[in-house]
Design a protein around this ligand. Structure first.
Ligand code: SF4
Length: 107
């Protein structure tokens, strides 16, 4: 799935990903959510053929500059950087996952 999304820099509809891979929408949504949690893709809502769907875009990261290394854990940027979610740090899954990675890296 990630290779298909990466090969479409202008984005690809989630429904087209599902069709290309021959998987059902439930499995497709599960896989998309996993890739988003890993910060490998982002998605934007889109109306296509009168139906609400999402367009999926690959996220690329070319490597940290020296001043950014403190924002990295296991090569992943702090999820708060550029985050547009409604912020609830105490229950935020991406933040918790990242903090555990920082702790693991430092121990
Ligand atoms: S704590 Fe979670 S919701 Fe809040 S800014 Fe960070 S990643 Fe986003």
């Amino acid at each position: 799935m990630i290779e298909l999304i990466k090969s479409n820099r202008e984005g690809i509809l989630q429904s087209d990903v599902r069709k290309n891979l021959g998987i059902d929408s439930k499995k497709c949504s599960r896989l998309v959510n996993k890739l988003m949690k890993k910060h490998l893709i982002r998605r934007e809502p889109e109306l296509a053929k009168g139906r609400n769907t999402f367009r999926l875009y690959p996220l690329t990261f070319s490597g940290p500059g020296e001043k950014h290394t403190k924002l990295l854990a296991k090569g992943r940027f702090s999820p708060c950087t550029g985050c547009t979610l409604d912020c609830a740090p105490e229950t935020c899954y991406p933040l918790n996952e990242w903090v555990y990675a920082v702790i693991e890296e430092e121990s």
